[in-house]
Design a protein around this ligand. Structure first.
Ligand code: NAD
Length: 494
């Protein structure tokens, strides 16, 4: 890709942003892919005003749900048709493998398709009347929604917010992460073209790259923005929640995790080994739901961890563009250094490095943001490496003695995002699934996602829900109607 000044999408128009230029880098090579000119605070204001006008435009506001669904299906078709292009862009920008980024692009298409279908079947309620009136509860758009995303799975997390927000009848201001704006801009082009083809206001979507501190903050605090959909770190989530509370607007927060993966002695060991590997090392560990704490029954601990480590050593590390790569580079050189610092600190605090613990050696890795898949043990669950989110290819293994000990350790974390359970005992799976603090529990599988299944975190992992039918409702406000049916004046008037 040439080193160009990318245009950004402000109120349906493509132009160079007036904010600071940000170089976006291919983490496999260190090469600058493009210089993206961020939106300025004034441009956020311009986009928000245009979005409010677009949301209120009768051409959009008066569309019936099945007509809005047409737009969502069209976006889905176009996204699917562009899956290869979106995949290549995302691999270049994030370092992820092409297999994974293609799956993410197709999942984005599926999310738009699901939102269209869910919208057409979403019913309003006629509530039981308690007087001479008909009572109804209906849902209406909020107006302008701010969607703020991290860098790890941009196109999929963009769709998770834009699809229900548009289905709900809103306009959207999307802010991608500063490191990975390219695929969000490409999705913006797809959506704008679909809006244009259907004669709808193109200002319904703006894509506003830039720093969180400037552009993200300007979106969250803008008086016309009435709902925030946020995915990112817990600290940022708190800041955004405080700003939303000040404005009294709803915010959904999908935040960090330190998810336990549990291997019981009765597990299908082959399934568990591949599941644990996939759960932590796919996406090079840069996944909120990564199974980063491995709890293994003490009686099989040595054999299971020994075999796991042997297999980790065989994982193929390389650029996301190589067809056989399993573990790509990290998103950015500075993030690689942050991951390495976590491991170095754990080592200094007494952790044993069973494998990895360094950048790979060799000419082909020299310029990329690579870090070897790493397994540590020998520290208690209270150690920082067990408590802090690393967001990289780092697994810490811990033995457990019995179920109470396991639950105590697994829940001893500020996070509550996900959990994996490997067992052949369905009763034990049920008990554990209900006792672990997590928004999602996978039993004998891991990291599987469906657009129709709600996704949320508990404790410091978040507030609110994405996906599922209710996602559309979460981007609407509820209104109650009382419709009088009596010809008699109200009693007080007499
Ligand atoms: P981050 O919190 O640093 O940034 C996320 C987004 O928020 C970025 O677009 C950033 O520019 C913006 N931002 C930063 N400060 C802001 C502010 N004050 N106001 C408004 N916006 C602001 O997170 P990151 O490093 O990009 O992503 C990694 C984190 O995301 C990890 O903690 C990971 O667990 C989390 N994550 C969670 C989920 C989930 O669904 N629970 C999914 C993916 C990633």
């Amino acid at each position: 890709m040439p080193r160009t000044a990318h245009e950004i999408l402000i109120a349906g128009q493509w132009r160079r942003g007036a904010g600071e230029p940000i170089d976006t880098v291919d983490p496999a090579t260190g090469d600058v892919l493009a210089t993206v000119h961020s939106a300025s605070v004034d441009e956020v204001d311009e986009a928000a005003r245009a979005a409010a006008r677009a949301a209120a435009d009768p051409a959009w506001r008066d569309l019936l749900p099945h007509e809005r669904a047409r737009l969502l299906h069209r976006i889905a078709d176009r996204t699917e048709a562009a899956a290869d292009e979106l995949s290549r862009l995302q691999t270049a920008d994030t370092g992820k493998t092409l297999t994974e980024t293609r799956a993410l692009a197709l999942s984005a298409a599926g999310t738009f398709r699901y939102a269209g279908a869910a919208l057409e079947t979403a019913e309003e309620a006629l509530t039981p009347s308690r007087g001479p009136y008909v009572t109804m509860s209906v849902h209406e758009p909020i107006g302008v929604v701010g969607a703020i995303n991290p860098w790890n799975s941009p196109v999929a997390s963009d769709a998770q917010k834009i699809a229900p927000a548009l289905a709900a009848g809103n306009a959207v201001l999307l802010k991608p992460a500063a490191w990975t704006p390219l695929v969000s801009l490409a999705l913006g082009r797809i959506i704008t073209e679909a809006l244009d083809e259907l004669g709808l206001p193109t200002a319904l979507l703006s894509v506003l790259p830039g720093s969180g501190r400037v552009v993200g903050d300007a979106i969250v605090r803008h008086p016309l923005v009435g709902r925030i959909g946020f995915t990112g770190g817990t600290g940022t989530g708190r800041t955004i929640a405080a700003a939303a509370a000040e404005k009294l607007i709803p915010a959904s927060l999908e935040l960090g995790g330190k998810s336990p993966t549990i291997v019981r002695a009765d597990a299908d060991i082959e399934l568990a080994l591949s599941g644990v590997l996939f759960g932590i090392f796919s996406s090079t560990g840069q996944s909120c739901i990564a199974g980063s704490r491995l709890f293994v029954a003490r009686e099989i601990y040595d054999s299971f961890v020994g075999e796991l480590v042997a297999r980790v050593g065989k994982l193929r590390v390389g650029p996301g563009t190589a067809p056989d790569t399993q573990v790509g580079p990290l998103v950015h050189h500075s993030h690689r250094d942050a991951v390495a610092a976590h491991v170095d600190r754990a080592r200094a605090e007494g952790a044993r490095v069973l494998c990895g613990g360094a950048a790979p050696e060799g000419e082909q890795y020299r310029d990329g943001a690579y870090y070897l898949p790493t397994v540590l043990d020998g520290v208690p669950n209270s150690a920082r490496i067990c408590q802090e989110e690393v967001f990289g290819p780092v697994l810490v293994a811990l033995p457990y003695d019995d179920e109470d000990d396991l639950v105590r350790q697994a829940n001893d974390t500020v996070y509550g995002l996900a959990c994996g359970i490997w067992t052949r005992d369905h009763r034990a799976a049920w008990r554990l699934a209900r006792r672990i603090d997590a928004g999602t529990v996978w039993i004998n599988t891991y990291k599987q996602f469906s657009a129709s299944t709600p996704f949320s975190g508990t404790k410091d992992s978040g507030l609110g829900t994405e996906k599922g039918r209710e996602a559309i409702r979460s981007y609407q406000r509820q209104k109650s109607l009382y419709w009088g049916t009596s010809d008699s004046p109200l009693p007080w008037a007499n």
